[in-house]
Design a protein around this ligand. Structure first.
Ligand code: GRF
Length: 213
């Protein structure tokens, strides 16, 4: 644990997560569990929600993690909101930002504040089915395989370099809900894994490709 920012060592400074949520926070829980079980060497220093009612806030509090609510309705513009988000994250020396069901587009200003240091989990095999309801889009399209993606966030929605993907089979008996549940299991597995890969370093980005060593 880092007692205060003056005590931050280089290693600690590189492993301080800020998690952004809007809803139930099951991916946040997967990250908390991975840290608790020591599968992921990191500290979640803050969880920020854009809605006071986000269920994930209770998960953070139960784990003893500081929470912040920034209601976007109180800000005049996306830029103003994002500037406050950046300030809250910087104040806590966050080194990696993890979007976990954060249902807001981020401005280029925000993305530039943490270059290659913002991750997102998306419930489809990108670049297929970006945007809202990736699972439903896949089911309605009739694909035979679906899945989840963890990627680096760039200003373009759901389009950044891919770190890890996982595939699930779509069976004829699947409904949108059963497919979403199968994908969620994979999200919970690959998100902590991808965070670990990024924190452990030794990777580079070549064009769109995320390459390890
Ligand atoms: C997940 O399906 C994630 O892929 C998407 O939003 C959902 C968030 O779920 N971006 P949760 O809040 O982590 O349970």
């Amino acid at each position: 644990m880092v007692a205060n920012e003056k005590d931050v060592t280089y290693d600690d400074a590189g492993r301080r997560l800020g998690v952004l949520i809007s809803g139930r926070g099951s991916n946040l829980q997967a990250i908390i569990d991975a840290v608790t079980d020591k599968r992921l060497d990191a500290t979640i220093v803050v969880v920020i929600a854009n809605k006071a009612g986000a269920g994930g806030l209770d998960r953070a509090r139960a784990a003893g993690i500081e929470t912040v609510v920034l209601e976007h309705a109180s800000y005049a513009s996306r830029e103003a909101y994002d500037a406050e988000l950046v300030a809250e994250l910087r104040r806590r020396a966050v080194s990696l930002v993890c979007l976990a069901g954060f249902m807001r587009l981020l401005s280029a200003t925000f993305v530039r504040a943490f270059p290659d240091r913002i991750l997102n989990v998306h419930p489809s095999l990108l670049p297929a089915f970006p945007g809202l309801d990736g699972q439903g889009q896949a089911w309605r399209h009739g694909v035979k395989v679906a899945g989840a993606t963890v990627h680096i966030v760039t200003p373009e929605l759901d389009a950044g370099p891919i770190i890890v993907q996982a595939v699930v089979a779509v069976e004829e008996g699947d409904t949108e809900d059963s497919l979403a549940a199968k994908i969620l299991v994979q999200e919970h597995r690959i998100y902590p894994e991808a965070i670990g890969i990024v924190l452990n370093g030794g990777w580079r980005i070549d064009g769109r490709r995320f390459l390890r060593r």
